[in-house]
Design a protein around this ligand. Structure first.
Ligand code: IPM
Ligand code: MG
Length: 373
């Protein structure tokens, strides 16, 4: 069995609490012959700023480059509201994404059967929902230059962010979208979302996605929606979608919307992937829950660890060649939920309220049962 080298970056807020459940799962798998994982842990975000005055250190970046996968918790919190912009907790996350070249952010929104009633939408709209928001992650307005606030000297300031996309960036994310749609074997459909009615980047986005479709993926259905109306469609009739591909900023918003369709932000995992290295056949990768650091509930032991555990599951699937084990993790989560266990964020009538560690233990117990059967 190959040894998998992981870097765990738990971060701030509830990050360390939910990461603790992943560590338990790793220990369980190591001791039951279900993989050989080695991991190192390091600081990122606000806690790293407190220790080193930066949101991520060069040494940690080097470890991230050398690992088979980075498992990331969450960063940020009110404590760091006034630190310099370049050292804010989120800057650590953005540096990891950018320097590892993680341009493809896969954010599945899957409604677990037991949770169909926890959604703010009607059960029939979300029952059986299984869609993916594919977000471009290293371009657009997040990284475009100039990005400045200038004093105009007349009592006014001017803030500028720059939305910029080159053809190659749109081509490579489009390819991931079409390949995903093919591999999922669901509706075999990609919906591209942009604002070509207002933005030049939208015009180019539309043109390039269409061209890649024509050239390489005619067997997949391609639809285009303007991002605002796409957001509306996501809550009107989410099951019309299969893979939604969109830019960095729209993807940030649309993935939070999709997350809520499934009942709670605490349920959603994500994978961020780089380009396939033709020599090693590997990609740089990072796995993180879509939820943030939730400072309001940090340290109380009530956070939902499912998104974090499911993110580890995605690492098994996309980086470590352990698809079977990844399936078992998904099934174990569904089984724990089917037993009626609920953290506060997904609590509903008749559920049994549990904390972070109990939920983690339950998922590991179900995983053990499934692995043995
Ligand atoms: C996300 C988060 C991040 C983002 C923040 C924490 C910088 O909202 O991963 O969706 O905006 O990308
Ligand atoms: Mg976000």
């Amino acid at each position: 069995m190959p040894t998998h080298k992981l870097l765990l970056l738990a971060g701030d807020g509830i990050g360390p609490e939910v990461m603790a459940e992943v560590k338990k799962l790793i220990a369980w798998m190591n001791s039951h012959g279900m993989g050989t994982f080695k991991y190192e842990e390091d600081l990122v975000g606000g806690c790293c700023y407190d220790a080193h005055k930066v949101a991520v250190t060069d040494a940690t970046m080097a470890k991230a480059h050398a690992s088979d996968a980075v498992i990331f918790g969450a960063v940020g919190g009110p404590k760091w509201d006034n630190v310099p912009f370049d050292a804010r907790p989120e800057a650590g996350l953005l540096r990891l994404r950018k320097e590892l070249g993680l341009f493809a952010n896969i954010r599945p929104a899957v409604t677990y059967p037991a949770l169909a009633d926890a959604s703010s939408l009607k059960r029939e709209l979300v029952e059986g929902l299984d869609i993916v928001i594919l977000r471009e992650l290293t371009g657009g307005v997040y990284f475009g230059e100039p990005k400045t606030i200038t004093d105009l000297g007349n009592g006014q300031k001017r803030a500028v962010d720059t939305q910029v996309y080159d053809t190659y960036e749109i081509e490579r994310i489009s390819r991931v979208a079409f390949e995903l749609a093919r591999a999922r074997k669901k509706l075999n459909k990609v919906t591209s979302m942009e604002k070509r009615n207002v933005m030049k980047t939208g015009v180019l986005w539309h043109e390039v996605v269409s061209a890649i479709h024509q050239r390489e993926f005619k067997d997949v259905t391609l639809e285009h929606q303007l991002a605002d109306s796409g957001g509306m469609q996501l809550v009107r009739n989410p099951k019309q979608f299969d893979v939604v591909v969109t830019d960095n900023l729209f993807g940030d918003m649309l993935s939070d919307i999709s997350a809520m369709l499934t009942g709670s932000l605490g349920m959603l995992a994500s994978a961020s992937l780089g380009e396939l290295d033709p020599k090693t056949r590997k990609r740089k990768s990072m796995y993180e829950p879509v939820h943030g650091s939730a400072p309001d509930i940090a340290g109380k032991g009530v956070a939902n660890p499912i998104a974090m555990i499911a993110s580890f599951g995605m690492a098994l699937r996309y980086s470590l060649g352990m698809g079977r084990e990844a399936d078992l993790i998904d099934q174990a989560i569904a089984a724990a939920l089917a037993r009626g266990l609920r953290t506060a964020d997904i609590m509903s009538e008749g559920g049994k309220r549990v904390g972070t560690t109990e939920m983690g233990d339950a998922v590991i117990a179900e995983f053990g049962k499934l692995a043995a059967s």
